[in-house]
Design a protein around this ligand. Structure first.
Ligand code: HEC
Length: 160
């Protein structure tokens, strides 16, 4: 009788372990969080709030849309003092009008950032890809956070 009880207990224990194993295997087989193709390189693309290695945004705030991004009073950034160099250093490798064919690395034809008028017209799109906490562009290399914040400010102030 004692022997029978021990056997049942052992069976229950083995069944529990088997169930736990199945549960563990099933959950580990689930896909991890979805990644955009641009995240595949794995550095500073995407939402920085998910990446603790990036600085926080207390100083500038975390702006959800371009319309939320204020132009700070007294901003002194201009195309001459900031914009021209920023786009030359970080964007024109692919987005310059002088780049054609494969040299554009896939950057859309007709999307030129070596021209202030075009930048002004595309302020919102540019901000959504590269301004403040948006790190989708450039797709390779990195841009200092301080420069992204300056870009956000300059765009919000009209890219003048
Ligand atoms: C290494 C090449 C490369 C560099 C450098 C680069 N881009 Fe791009 N960009 C692309 C490619 C390729 C696309 C098209 C694919 C896509 O939309 O992601 C693109 C698309 C874009 C778009 C989307 C246009 C649309 O019609 O929606 C914007 C805006 C943009 N880039 C801004 C920038 C800015 C701002 C910089 C500089 C901070 C930059 N890019 C630097 C390659 C580049």
């Amino acid at each position: 009788m004692k022997h029978h009880t021990t056997t049942s207990a052992a069976f229950v224990l083995v069944s529990c372990i088997a169930t736990l194993c199945i549960a563990a295997c099933t959950s580990s087989a689930k896909p991890s969080t979805m990644q955009s193709p641009l995240d595949a390189g794995g550095n500073d693309f995407g939402n920085p709030s998910a990446d603790s290695s990036l600085p926080s945004f207390d100083a500038s705030g975390h702006f959800l849309t371009f319309a939320d991004r204020p132009c700070p009073p007294g901003s002194t950034l201009s195309y001459q003092s900031f914009g021209a160099a920023f786009f030359a250093n970080h964007c024109e490798l692919c987005h310059a009008s002088s780049m054609t064919g494969l040299a554009r690395n896939g950057a859309p034809v007709g999307l030129f950032f070596d021209n202030q008028a075009e930048i002004q017209a595309l302020r919102q799109k540019i901000w959504e890809r590269a301004g403040d906490e948006n790190h989708l562009m450039p797709p390779v290399g990195s841009v200092a956070m301080s420069e992204r914040v300056q870009l956000g400010e300059w765009l919000a102030c009209g890219a003048k």
